[in-house]
Write a protein that binds this ligand. Structure first.
Ligand code: F6P
Length: 424
């Protein structure tokens, strides 16, 4: 089997460990392994250039040549550059990736065992990611199908959030139609159409938000949480020194997991999450009463954590700057806002974000090998400390229904869906 892996959507720590694990597990099981650069966009772009001229391409763009070793196949060189992105090959900062450049024409690249050596400890995603608009169109998906068939690839692993995994399942379901249309246009032969009648798909959840149903943990969430905890520890000491209040905004999109867990781990006075808005209206009274009580107990510092998607019972957004104004004006607290932003997402994965993708990667390859036309696309999850396969579309549908429950102000249902996925 020829398996291609791509990472899609917002990056998360552990995505490289996913790629490494799948490449190695695939090779061990006799598969040919490929990576797709720049997410679905790379699938759409495909390989338009012959893999012979990395330097020539860069030169023709009137740029400094990349450092290419004599006699090294360009695909190999590309992977080498990815791997040593900060290292010896890039001393003058002239490679296509680190210099912010993208090598045109080679998006689907064959990889070997050594190409992914050491990737488990690297942050972000070395093969690149994107939020592709073209893949959302039928023309884009037709081009993607053609590019995969051209390289003889028959299985796809996608690591990303719910949007990316939905894309994978749509692609798989549409696949027979895409193949038929390519055959009708004579872009592929009858033999190719027959050989590629089905696409096997498996998803792994790479997201710092931990917002996917039917899995206890998403890849990257533990690292982001760790990063937030470290930031809160740092803020705690300066807050204590000045007896200040800090409002810390954390990521998570529509999900409050990072905020809630960081609040528990970092000792917050008040937490705002989308799934459980403050019950009192106006919520300002509730927050001030609670924080005022802490202050009366002689607490020198105040930490409020607000999820970026937080809102009140009427779904009006609750912003960090506004919370700061309330604390300043009502309680007279010297208050600062810290938005942690992308520091939560980047950087080296923690141990769990190396172990989880490694185990899930092996399961993903097994799922592909065992997959038949009857089996659904699987998502590899974690349930009660065990790596599990769950139907991808069920997980996505359930995740969507959390958002719907919040929109309908049915917060109890949203919480139940987030926490009760495996209850029968
Ligand atoms: O989904 C991951 C995430 O980091 C969210 O927490 C956040 O809302 C979003 O992506 C930020 O996206 P971008 O990096 O495109 O600004």
């Amino acid at each position: 089997m020829k398996i291609a892996i791509l990472t899609s959507g917002g990056d998360s720590a552990g995505m490289n460990a996913v790629v490494r694990s799948i490449v190695k597990a695939g090779i061990l099981k006799g598969c040919e392994m490929w990576v797709v650069r720049e997410g679905y966009e790379g699938l759409v772009q495909g390989n338009t250039e012959a893999a012979t001229s990395v330097n020539d391409q860069v030169k023709s763009d009137d740029q400094q040549p990349v450092l290419q070793q004599e006699g090294v196949h360009p695909d190999k060189q590309l992977l080498h550059n990815l791997r040593f992105g900060d290292g010896e090959l890039l001393k003058d900062g002239t490679t296509e990736f680190v210099g912010g450049r993208t090598l045109k024409g080679r998006y689907i690249v064959r990889v070997g065992w050594d190409d992914v050596r050491g990737w488990f400890s690297q942050g972000g995603t070395l093969i690149g990611t994107a939020r592709s608009m073209t893949f959302k169109t039928i023309e884009g998906r037709t081009a993607a199908a053609f590019n995969l068939i051209k390289e003889g690839i028959d299985a796809l692993v996608v690591c990303g959030g719910d949007g990316s995994l939905t894309g994978a399942d749509v692609f798989r379901r549409e696949w027979p139609d895409l193949v038929r249309s390519l055959k009708d246009q004579s872009r592929i032969t009858d033999k190719q159409a027959e050989q590629h009648a089905h696409l096997k798909v498996v998803g792994l959840v790479g997201s710092i938000d931990n917002d996917m149903c039917l899995t206890d943990l998403t890849i990257g969430a533990p690292t982001a949480l760790q990063r937030i905890c470290e930031a809160i520890d740092n803020i705690n000491s300066t807050a204590y020194s000045h007896s200040r209040a800090f409002v810390i905004e954390v990521m998570g999109r529509d999900c409050g997991w990072l905020a809630l867990m960081a609040g528990v781990a970092g000792g917050a006075d008040f937490i705002f999450i989308p799934e459980r808005p403050p019950s009192a209206q106006p919520w300002e009274d509730e927050m001030c009463a609670e924080i005022g009580r802490h202050r009366k107990l002689n607490k020198r510092k105040t930490i409020v954590i607000v999820a970026e998607g937080a809102h009140d019972l009427d779904l009006n957004p609750i912003r960090a700057e506004y919370i700061k104004d309330v604390l300043t004006e009502r309680l007279g607290l010297d208050t600062r806002v810290t938005t942690l932003g992308h520091t939560q997402r980047g950087g080296r994965p923690c141990a769990l974000d190396r172990i989880l993708p490694t185990l899930q990667g092996v399961e993903a390859v097994d799922a592909l090998i065992e997959s038949t036309t009857e089996t659904p696309s699987y998502m590899i999850g974690l349930h009660e400390n065990k790596v599990v396969r769950v139907p991808l579309m069920e997980a996505v549908a359930m995740t969507r229904s959390v958002a719907t429950a919040v929109k309908e102000k049915n917060f109890d249902k949203a919480l139940e869906l987030r926490g009760a996925e495996f209850k029968e």
